[in-house]
Write a protein that binds this ligand. Structure first.
Ligand code: FES
Length: 164
């Protein structure tokens, strides 16, 4: 059963007066409520405004701001802008994906972190740049990126122990 309230879609659709032209804002509101776009809620949305579900998925997969799965506890963001890419961001992304068995944009099976790619974050002099929970790491390599992420895992485990 969905953890989200049944009336959620009805509320959102009513908010936009069932205007199909407002589909994207409806999806943004849904994501703001749920943290992602749950499949069950998308099905309900498609039914309520009488459009094919495939159209909603088309939008959800076109815009990188939409996510179809819940986020991990931590956000690992790799800059894939031109300078970072030329300095090895692609290889770093591959190394992380291989190590943690995820795809770019994906979340680890234990939901520890979500790997996101962004375009230039305005720190090209520090390329390649990786941002973990808002903290910038500059000049990262595949090895240092994996090391930073493994520290994140260790921190998380320590935090759980602390909570007892
Ligand atoms: S390309 Fe990565 S910070 Fe500019």
């Amino acid at each position: 059963m969905s953890p989200f309230k049944n009336e959620l879609i009805q509320e959102i659709v009513t908010r936009y007066e069932e205007d199909i032209g407002m589909l994207i804002p409806m999806m943004q509101d849904l994501q703001a409520e749920c943290g992602y776009l749950p499949a069950e809620q998308l099905r309900t949305l498609a039914r309520q405004i009488h459009i094919p579900l495939t159209r909603i998925y088309g939008i959800a997969t076109f815009y990188s701001s939409f996510r179809l799965a819940p986020k991990g506890q931590h956000e690992v963001t790799l800059c894939m802008g031109t300078v970072c890419y030329l300095k090895g961001a692609g290889r770093i992304s591959e190394a992380i994906c291989e190590e943690y068995h995820i795809d770019p944009g994906g979340t680890t099976s234990d939901r520890l972190f979500t790997l996101q790619a962004v375009n230039c974050v305005g720190a090209c002099a520090l390329a390649p740049v990786m941002i973990v929970d808002g903290k910038y790491h500059d000049g990262v390599t595949s090895d240092s990126a994996l090391e930073i992420i493994s520290t994140l895992s260790a921190d998380e485990a320590a935090g759980k122990e602390d909570k007892g």
